[in-house]
Design a protein around this ligand. Structure first.
Ligand SMILES: [Zn+2]
Length: 459
């Protein structure tokens, strides 16, 4: 660390600590596959998220936050490095995390303990993510429904492990705790009360009966890895997805209670977000109960809730309805802790965004598999309000949706808006020119391939 930088931050250069007295702890939770619009505070009809709702009331939530990818690895890499996937190079789930400045390295340089708890093989040790934390835990304890030889870790077990770490951690240093919860990722089988929403009044209505697919990639079918009890009724799957959210939310309740019990809640900055969303039964042209290959609204709009330490209210003055991306999270969290961004961060410090902005948000869906690239391709999307522009690598086809009239992106207007299409095409070209946007094929072990298949990737 340069002395000047340390002094500017008010740190004890010659002392044994490199963090200012009273430095807040940071707790960052990423809930896998969590759609923003299925949460109570976002107006969802079912009571899916009472604990997250309470956190949003104590803090703030950003209503238009977007992920830079609909795949887990790429999105988490952007969250931690604050740069988009074409620049950090993790475009798909099988690529190792880059050795770049991260939120973790920025905090470690300031004397923070860093601990990560993953609940999925995608973010486990094969990802290289453990190299970015002093303490890393990815014990996967529960067999998957349709691949019982494969394992994941339920949210309550992950939270319990994280709280045990906090109790036993070395004293005297603030900590950064990252917790990943996998539960809303399919197949939808919550460990507790999986059928709590099945058959309720909110499930009645228009959703269809769908055929059970033999693969994961055919439009209008239940993906094979999602199959539940041989059923094809879509409302059942949506109710099951919502029960997964409710279970993950209960684990968040355990986490918040545990932090309170340890006397850490008031001194901690707490953020909850997601790596991507999920298609459920969206308008006709899309895959059902899926993510990863597409970058439409429902797969890239994610929740972002931030609760500041007790007595701190910097976010109250921040515009919360402008376009925000996961790239903005790390710089903003560091700013809320009184720290500068790390070198190379591209995201914005949202404390400095005083009005809704007209920013562009790029997202992609890609797996990095040659086979899948040939079969279904990579999808790139650009959100520049009110438009979403989509480009499909497989055939070069472009799509255009107007969020003012069509927030579900059901009516493709590309043919009737040549000028808008040309402008967004050019912006996309400039973005893609910055990096290697096509996911390169990667070497995988047979074990890794099978494990990813069990999560629904790479069939
Ligand atoms: Zn994910």
């Amino acid at each position: 660390m340069r002395p000047g930088l340390a002094l500017a931050a008010g740190l004890q250069v010659g002392g044994c600590t490199r963090h200012p007295p009273g430095s807040p702890n940071l707790v960052l939770v990423t809930v896998d596959t969590l759609r923003a619009d299925h949460l109570g505070f976002a107006g969802y009809a079912r009571d899916t998220s009472p604990h997250l709702d309470a956190l949003a009331r104590e803090g703030v939530w950003f209503s238009r936050c977007y992920a830079p990818s609909s795949t887990t690895g790429a999105s988490h890499a952007s969250l931690f490095t604050s740069i988009p996937p074409p620049l950090h190079g993790v475009l798909a789930n099988r690529q190792r995390f880059p050795k770049l400045p991260t939120l973790m390295s920025a905090l470690r340089e300031r004397g923070y303990l860093t601990a990560g708890f993953a609940s999925s093989v995608v973010l486990g040790r094969k990802s290289g993510l453990q190299d970015h934390f002093e303490h890393f835990a990815d014990e996967l304890s529960r067999p998957e429904l349709n691949r019982p030889q494969r394992f994941e870790r339920p949210a309550k077990a992950t939270v319990s492990a994280a709280l045990a770490y906090l109790k036993a951690r070395p004293a005297g240093s603030p900590f950064f705790l990252w917790i990943h919860l996998i539960d809303p990722h399919g197949p939808y089988r919550a460990p507790e009360e999986p059928d709590r929403f099945v058959g309720d009044v909110h499930g009645a209505g228009v959703s269809p009966i769908l055929p059970l697919g033999q693969s994961d990639w055919v439009r209008g079918q239940i993906p094979a890895y999602q199959a539940l009890e041989g059923r094809g009724d879509a409302p059942f799957y949506v109710a099951r997805y919502d029960a997964e959210i409710r279970y993950a939310d209960a684990a968040l309740g355990d986490l918040f209670a545990g932090l309170r019990g340890l006397g850490l809640c008031e001194r901690s900055l707490i953020a909850v977000t997601a790596d991507h969303g999920e298609t459920l039964v969206e308008p006709g042209h899309k895959r059902c109960f899926s993510h990863g290959t597409v970058a439409y609204e429902e797969t890239v709009r994610v929740p972002l809730v931030i609760r500041e330490p007790s007595g701190q209210k910097h976010l109250r003055a921040v515009a919360r309805d402008g376009l925000v991306t996961l790239l903005d999270v790390a710089p903003t969290l560091l700013a809320l802790m009184g720290l500068p961004p790390a070198s190379g961060f591209e995201g914005r410090n949202l404390l400095q965004v005083n009005a809704p902005t007209d920013a562009s948000v790029f997202s992609l869906g890609a797996y990095g598999s040659d086979t899948l690239e040939k079969q279904i391709g990579t999808q790139f999307s650009l959100l520049r309000s009110p438009w979403r522009y989509v480009r499909n690598s497989q055939d070069g086809r472009e799509e255009l949706y107007d969020h003012r009239l069509d927030p579900q992106e059901a009516r493709d207007l590309a043919a009737g808006q040549p000028q808008v299409l040309a402008a967004l095409r050019q912006e996309m070209d400039l973005f893609l020119a910055r990096g290697q946007a096509k996911a390169p094929p990667v070497e995988m072990t047979p074990e890794h391939i099978e494990a990813l298949k069990a999560l629904g990737y790479g069939r």
